[in-house]
Design a protein around this ligand. Structure first.
Ligand SMILES: [Zn+2]
Length: 267
């Protein structure tokens, strides 16, 4: 299954057909295209860290409205490249200010309707989870460190522990993120990769001396299938944020100027 592009007024976003077909969630992945203060922008930054909060709230509202979600139902964590999973029971949280988000939290889960879980990326991997049987959802932010340390599996485990989810029922959408075409890493990443991931050699491609390109998409996919998720229950956007910097924010391409893409899901 693949992903679909949507145009709503001047905004462009993506959905995963796999999640749409389940018929029980609202979800979307933003791009850098939207409107800012009534004008078309390619800086549709849905993060709160760098932005002025008023225009960020306005853009968040605009993005969520397209999906049928209210900003007052939005929940976010203060992402820290860790593997902590937060069970969410009330909203909003981190919807209007970064400081109000769950501290040191890179994954969120809930079984409650009308709580919109969100994660923010610019090259890192956004993962959205749905168990259509137990009716529960998750969202995770996986950079290289979170991917290697297994945030995808930690989210699965939390869904199982809190809501009785079975991995074979769970659907996962892996959104736009830097791809194996562009994500060059060195010893700093390879060392922990080789320590944590038994199949690490299958994820790297030599680029120049001392450097390799790493496939974070497949790393997360393989971790999920190893934990019991069916391969055909995982949809990968295969859209490289660096390559397609005209459509997505990329930290590697833009450094600190990069805005944040939002991935959101709500029952
Ligand atoms: Zn690329």
């Amino acid at each position: 299954m693949s992903f679909s592009w949507h145009h709503y007024h001047q905004m462009i976003y993506l959905t995963a057909d796999l999640l749409t077909a389940a018929g029980v969630v609202k979800h979307a992945f933003s791009t850098r295209h939207g409107q800012r203060k009534g004008k078309v922008t390619t800086n549709f930054d849905l993060g709160l860290k760098n932005a002025d909060p008023v225009s960020a709230s306005e853009m968040r509202q605009q993005f969520l409205a397209a999906v049928g979600i209210d900003l007052v139902n939005l929940v976010a964590g203060q992402q820290s490249h860790g593997t902590r999973v937060q069970v969410v029971t009330t909203a909003p949280r981190g919807a209007y200010s970064w400081e109000n988000g769950f501290p040191a939290t890179d994954a969120l889960i809930t079984a409650q309707p009308n709580i919109a879980l969100s994660v923010y990326t610019a090259d890192c991997v956004p993962l959205l989870f749905l168990d259509p049987v137990r009716k529960c959802i998750g969202a995770a932010h996986a950079g290289w460190r979170g991917s290697i340390e297994g945030i995808a599996v930690a989210t699965l485990a939390a869904l199982r522990k809190n809501f009785g989810s079975r991995p074979e029922h769970i659907l996962v959408a892996i959104g736009p993120a830097i791809g194996p075409c562009c994500y060059e890493v060195d010893q700093r990443v390879l060392l922990p990769l080789s320590e944590h991931i038994p199949f690490w050699r299958e994820l790297i491609y030599p680029s120049r001396p001392g450097h390799y390109r790493l496939d974070l998409w497949t790393l997360n996919q393989r971790l999920l299938t190893s934990a019991g998720v069916k391969k055909d229950h995982i949809a990968i956007a295969k859209l490289c944020t660096f390559h397609r910097n005209q459509d997505f924010f990329s930290y590697r391409a833009e450094h600190s100027r990069a805005g944040s893409l939002m991935a959101v899901i709500s029952l």
